[in-house]
Design a protein around this ligand. Sequence first.
Ligand code: PHE
Length: 342
Amino acid sequence: MIEKINSLKARIEALSADTPEQVEQLRVQYLSKKGEVSLLFNDFRTVPAEQKREVGQKLNELKNLATERISALREALEAKAEADNEAAIDLTRTATPLPAGTRHPLTLVRGEMLDIFARMGFTIADGPEVEDDWHVFSALNFAADHPARDMQDTFFIARNPADVLLRTHTSSVQTRVMEHTQPPIRIVCPGRVYRNEAISARAHCFFHQIEGLYIDRNVSFADLRQVLLYFARQMFGPETKIRLRPSYFPFTEPSAEMDISCNLCGGKGCGFCKHTGWVEILGCGMVDPAVLEACGIDSKQYSGYAFGMGIERITNLKYRVKDLRMFSENDVRFLDEFVAAK
Ligand code: PHE
């Protein structure tokens, strides 16, 4: 018996394995119920009583040895697998590039427009999108029942007592600035505006504007024209021509709409400009003295001009976006087109 134990002990000490499966085989071979070590325990019954103490001790030692040996083999294999795995990480490999976002075309064009006006000394003024009747309409000379209010279909939030509404133009910011500031005033007001229109390729219930206001002593229509000409040439190229057509806005007198020479055909006439050679880009005029007075500015001392345009319109002209809805659909394929734009 002692001999059997010793020879088994020698074999167990020499055990080796290359794979986890081999380790498992060894466990079954030695330690399972019918394994070699367990079988020796069965033989223990036949050992004479005076040897039982010594043999029992040796048997237990053998079992512990086998258990330790086999788990040592398993651990060694696991450690090796882990080391191999680490060696497989190639730190010199190029990282998968994270896709960088692009700036929205309207953001790009707004930035470009504001830069041009900043070069002429205009600062940016901001105001709320949820407005009251006074700042959007009444202060700007829209009489309570004036048909001019029909020009702008308005989303009303509350009707009475004070009308609360979504601003239909950023002229409301100009009202706010005029109320709190004495001239000289030279501001541009970028922002989102809302009109109750059915959504189509050519109209949307919200869009973005940049409106400008300049008030000082002796401001004339010639100043307005020169500022707009500079803007048009900076935005659309030095060959660009402008023309002003008489128009009507309640808050300016005289009022005009401005066209630029079609930047697609250079003014020769094409499908885009409906063969006229001109495309409309903005409304403008001299601030009506009644508006200055309503905002607390002395119209005998001061005069001013104002203009307003849609950022979507300018973006369409620059990038030929055919459908207005694309600006708010967040289709990545569309937005990615502007990845190279500055
Ligand atoms: N507020 C006008 C609009 O929303 C544009 C405009 C601004 C016209 C300033 C004249 C002067 O259409």
